[in-house]
Write a protein that binds this ligand. Sequence first.
Ligand code: CP
Length: 310
Amino acid sequence: MKGKHLIEPGDFSIEELDDLFSLAEKIMENPSAFTEVCRGKILATLFFEPSTRTRLSFEAAMLRLGGSTLGFAEPNASSTAKGESLADTIRTVAAYSDIIAMRNPKEGAALLASQYSEKPIINAGDGGHHHPTQTLTDLLTIRTIKGTTSGLTIGLCGDLKFGRTVHSLAKAMARYPGNRFVLISPPELEIPDYIINRVFKPAGVSFSRVQQMEEVLGDLDILYMTRVQKERFFNEQDYIRLKDSYILTLDKLRLAKKDLCVLHPLPRVNEIAPEVDSDPRAAYFLQVQFGMFVRMALIARVLGYEGGKK
Ligand code: CP
């Protein structure tokens, strides 16, 4: 994995993913054994869009590995505000750092950045396209709670059109055998056709579409809730009409299996009532914790750390 870019979930093989999860598990068991792994290395975080979890977990991950960080949390604090191109920004930051995590509102921005950088580019979200490190987080959470990433019935609920975490998770989970998807959304927020035609159908993945969460809750092993992505709507009236399409409550959870795993990439707005947080099936804050450890594993491997291999 040394020197590799991570732009979308298919960039790493299943074997590489297994190695990352296994390293993340080792880090969780004994974090103090990894405090020197990235000593002298610098992570740049270039965030052209807001973030709490992704940026701070990347920075915490690098600091816990003994490395340092630099970057910006919003583009107006950089020369982007003066009209500098992304290509020039990346060429510049690559001269100062060893690895770059970038979030950008434009789909394809991370791929473009990778074409101008000799240092590894990690896509921390490109518009409504992909968010592969959220997927690493999601897969590690599923693997830990369910003991497998195969043979699961996965409900994806909410904004399946603009939700980049959904696109990345669908692409990643379609690679494991026996997974089945239930796509729960209003017609206006259906998953993009390319996921159906270029991901599910070629892999022979079974899927169904419904509009009512209650119809399918009892069938699911995983329920992946998502926020309606206000920032991607062209029309505020449409956002207001759709934003509360799904609200998971304890009352609805009575329809679900006892071992359902409820995930959410966060931030949430209204789509999961706070009363659900104390239900043992709610795993979204555990997901947050796993995010930092899997990013530690990713940074370490991409920067050439070879320890902890089977
Ligand atoms: N899940 C996620 O990407 O959260 P942030 O937008 O806070 O980084």
